[in-house]
Design a protein around this ligand. Structure first.
Ligand code: GDP
Ligand code: MG
Length: 472
């Protein structure tokens, strides 16, 4: 099974390297970007996808898996030496342990190369030998895409907007108080700059925890290796006509520019611009549970994130990317295992509605797009019970925390997405028709048959949309 195959993978990777040396030009590479806001489910998605591509028994809707075109799959050293490797083995071990749990959160970019040996059967079998297709999976935080908006604003404009938002968001008052205690025109004091940056980060964290997603600069929340470095040690300041040399204001402005040039731009150049296929994971259910404000904020944030994929993208980005385009984008509502399948169409419709704005404004540079409700790791089983003479479609699973088994009815999602999206837009404080209760389930202990990957919902369909065409 998976573990056995991992060992197998190590042996094969040697063969893979030899292959790459002898046939460097014939191997096709697909760069699959996996993004979404923090906790959307990126790590679980990549782990489950790779496990199910190595053991393909549960991938009937991925045509190349079902018809035997994929002959073998193995992990390889990834091609980018400076990017951390996605820690597949550790994450999988956690999900499939006797007492399974969710993987630890990750806060930076990572990458994994899975190689597939493909050979079409049937009529074409004799015509072409087997070939190797490398699937390079790049995991990066959606928050980083939000920084795209910073590229075109000045420090003064960014500050003005950031301070206005802080005035009405959680923790903002504390930052404004901290700001009141410093003189931006005064000489730069590194300790003071650090205090301000920390206060700003605290505010962003609180805003994020309260459900706000538009929290910039994105790296303040997910600093990766840059934690504590000068490019992350600035904060928004009140407008000032001509800040004196060596003042706090001057230095913050300089660091803001450095952040754009040395953090934002390289990410777009080195990673984003090279992606062929993209999946954007969205925790739509989580936002619905948090209420109308969270849904509206998610909508606005996704619109911000998706500008990165639009036609007419800013000149500097177009220059970096050249003629290269993301060819397919899948918007996936994650954690659909919290809902009985009878509610999945409603979840997909809400996801489409949520992204409609962003999708209407542009055709994503000619990319094919689709929306789907998926669960990378299915933690529940379905159950229908009769309650007061009414049939209720529920899901049963093991609760996170207590470990108790529980059956759950999260509430009825409206068939017409406008019933949720309109009140969210209008600033409603609560849902009119009661609440949605989405409990957190723990992964179920698994007994996998040989050749079977972990259970999921529509992971195979997602894979078929994302790269199935490249395996034929
Ligand atoms: N029930 C369920 N929960 C999920 C699934 N995927 C992710 N989650 C939950 O979402 C959390 C965050 O997932 P993770 O992959 O770490 O998110 P990331 O921050 O985008 O990498 C996990 O700890 C789980 O609680 C899924 O397919 N089903
Ligand atoms: Mg992660």
């Amino acid at each position: 099974m998976v573990i056995a195959r991992l060992a197998d993978g190590i042996a094969r990777s040697v063969e893979g390297v030899a292959n790459a040396l002898t046939a460097p030009f014939s191997d096709a590479v697909i760069r699959l970007g996996v993004t979404g806001l923090s906790r959307a489910g990126k790590t679980v998605f990549i782990t489950a996808l790779v496990a199910n591509l190595m053991d393909r028994g549960r991938m009937p809707q991925l045509v190349a898996a079902a018809d035997g075109t994929i002959r073998a799959a193995w992990l390889q050293p990834q091609p980018d030496d400076t990017v951390p490797r996605f820690d597949f083995e550790t994450h999988l071990a956690r999900l499939t342990a006797p007492d399974p749990g969710w993987p630890e959160g990750t806060r930076r970019i990572s990458e994994l190369r899975l190689s597939l040996r493909v050979q079409p059967g049937g009529l074409w079998a004799g015509w072409s030998g087997p070939r190797t297709v490398h699937l390079d999976i790049v995991d990066y935080p959606g928050e980083w895409l939000l920084d795209l908006a910073l590229m075109q604003v000045s420090f003064a404009d960014w500050s003005a907007r950031a301070l206005a938002l802080a005035a009405v968001r959680p923790g903002g008052a504390d930052y404004l108080a901290a700001l009141g205690a410093v003189d931006p025109a005064g000489r730069l004091d590194e300790v003071q700059a650090r205090l301000l940056a920390t206060a700003w980060t605290d505010h962003l964290r609180q805003a994020r925890a309260a459900g706000y997603s538009d929290c910039s600069p994105g790296r303040f929340l997910l600093p990766g290796d840059l934690d504590g470095s000068p490019v992350l040690t600035f904060a928004p300041l009140p407008p000032m006509a001509a800040p004196p040399r060596r003042s706090l204001a001057r230095e913050c402005e300089r660091r803001f520019q450095a952040y754009k040039a040395q953090v934002v731009e390289p990410f777009f150049r080195d990673h984003f611009a090279r992606i062929d296929r993209q999946i954007v994971l969205v925790d739509v259910l989580g936002a619905i549970q948090a209420g109308p404000r969270a849904v509206e904020d998610l909508r606005a944030t996704m619109a911000g994130i998706l500008t990165a994929f639009r036609v007419g993208r800013p000149g500097w980005l177009a220059r970096l990317a050249g003629t290269r385009r993301v060819e397919r984008i899948l918007f996936a509502a994650t954690k659909a295992d919290h809902l009985h399948h009878s509610q999945h169409p409603a979840l997909t419709a809400i996801t489409e509605g949520l992204l409609r704005d962003a999708r209407d404004r542009a055709d994503f540079a000619g990319a094919r797009t689709a929306a789907m409700a998926i669960a990378a790791l299915r933690t529940t089983v379905e159950e229908t019970v009769t309650h007061d003479g009414r049939q209720l479609d529920m899901v049963r699973g093991r609760l996170l925390g207590s470990g108790r088994q529980a059956a759950l009815y999260p509430g009825t999602l409206p068939a017409d997405p406008r019933a949720l999206l309109a009140p969210a837009r209008d600033g409603a404080a609560a849902w009119r028709d009661g609440d949605y209760q989405v409990m957190d389930f723990a992964p179920a202990p698994l007994t996998l048959r040989p050749g079977e990957g972990p259970p999921h919902i529509r992971l195979d369909k997602a894979a078929e949309f994302l790269f199935g065409d490249r395996l034929r």
